[in-house]
Design a protein around this ligand. Structure first.
Ligand code: FE2
Ligand code: FE2
Length: 376
């Protein structure tokens, strides 16, 4: 059994110095290769629909494809300064939600706050784009490694979805924002670990349950907070796909985990915990503070202690925890993962709706119906 330091490289999950010590040292590399250690599996059992839930999802995915080039209003003019100002106005004064008196931010000018807003946007969208490429690669791997035909069919539709997501985030960054950020080191470590693992179900757990569960919550949050109409629509479209992707993970792993021993489940619990910590660390946006020229540790500690931030950080787990519960990961092995989620302060989501069926509500037909009702 691995202890916490072996799993996440530190004994205290909130050790800010240890978190910030992890940095991306390959910011100039153009390609990055990772061993994927997996066998490609053929199946000779072609019976379509043997797994009814996956078959339903596959049929749904075939009719839910959208076109990133033509379905989004790319002609929308995005005045970044106006968007940042509007977002501050609608959400909270400076986007940080803490009292600046006595902090290095006390003497910040309007211009610096504006710059922070713009850089935060660039950073957030860049990390989404990199995460989407991770999903593209992981689902291509699932097509090869999963032994069930219904899952291969579904995963193939997801490869297309993820290509579209990378495409739309990259285009938004290029055409509407003012700069890219390299991949955050914590996110990179997590994606590398997921791709590196030889066991097919670990790709699902890492990507479909953890990364996409978090993405669905994060997209939902930003979709709600942003005042920029193109980004709002882009996120809503992406979310309609992501909800299916998380459902794919829940449906597949639910079946597979039923046959696993305690020791095998323990490895999955540990992997889920490691992924949770990496994702929490990545949201501290250390690279933005660096670019803004402020002391990174001071900034991160201040931000971590604000209620807005703590709420955002917890919300990120609102899909992950109920899905882990549904998969039986919380309570096996003397409630190991439950205790870890208690320490991270996110266990309260355990009885929130899981994503096994929720994708129906996120479907684009639903969106169209809501828009029609609003204009009628
Ligand atoms: Fe995606
Ligand atoms: Fe996805």
């Amino acid at each position: 059994m691995a202890d916490q330091t072996e799993l996440i490289g530190r004994s205290d999950v909130d050790d800010v110095e240890a978190i910030l010590a992890v940095v991306n040292t390959d910011v100039d590399e153009l390609v990055h290769s990772v061993k994927d250690n997996a066998d490609a599996i053929f199946t000779w059992d072609y019976e379509k629909g043997a797994r009814a839930g996956l078959n339903k999802l596959y049929e749904k995915a075939k009719t839910s494809q959208w076109n990133g080039s033509t379905d989004l209003p790319w002609e929308t003019e995005v005045d970044l300064e106006a968007v940042v100002a509007q977002n501050f106005l609608q959400n909270d004064s400076n986007g940080l939600g803490f009292d600046v008196i006595g902090t290095p931010f006390e003497k910040w000018t309007e211009k610096q706050w504006m710059e922070l807003g713009i850089e935060s946007n660039n950073w957030t969208l860049s990390q989404f784009m990199h995460g989407e490429q991770g999903a593209l690669i992981c689902t291509a791997k699932i097509v090869e490694t999963v032994p069930w035909i219904d899952a291969k069919y579904y995963a193939a539709t997801q490869v297309m979805d993820e290509a579209r997501h990378v495409e739309v985030f990259a285009r938004y960054l290029d055409e509407k924002l003012t700069g890219h950020y390299p991949i955050n080191a914590h996110l990179k470590m997590l994606l590398d670990d997921i791709v590196n693992d030889s066991r097919w179900d670990m790709t699902y757990l890492g990507m479909q349950i953890m990364v996409e569960g978090l993405a669905l919550a994060a997209f939902g949050f930003i979709h709600m907070m942003t005042t920029e109409p193109l980004l709002k629509q882009l996120l809503r479209y992406v979310m309609s796909d992501e909800a299916r992707h998380v459902a794919f993970g829940v449906l597949s792993l639910q079946e597979y985990y039923q046959g696993l021993t305690d020791a095998e489940m323990k490895e999955r619990q540990e992997f889920a915990f490691e992924a949770s910590v990496r994702m929490r660390d990545r949201f501290l946006q250390q690279e933005v503070w660096e670019r803004m020229g402020v002391d990174v540790k001071t900034a991160v500690e201040l931000v971590m202690s604000t209620p807005t931030r703590q709420m955002f950080q917890m919300m990120l787990f609102s899909k992950i925890v109920p899905n882990c519960k549904k998969l039986g990961l919380l309570d096996r092995n003397d409630k190991w993962l439950r205790h870890r989620f208690e320490e991270l302060g996110v266990i309260q989501f355990e009885d929130w709706v899981d994503t096994g069926e929720e994708y129906e509500q996120f479907a684009l037909e639903e969106l169209a119906a809501q828009q029609n009702a609003a204009t009628a």
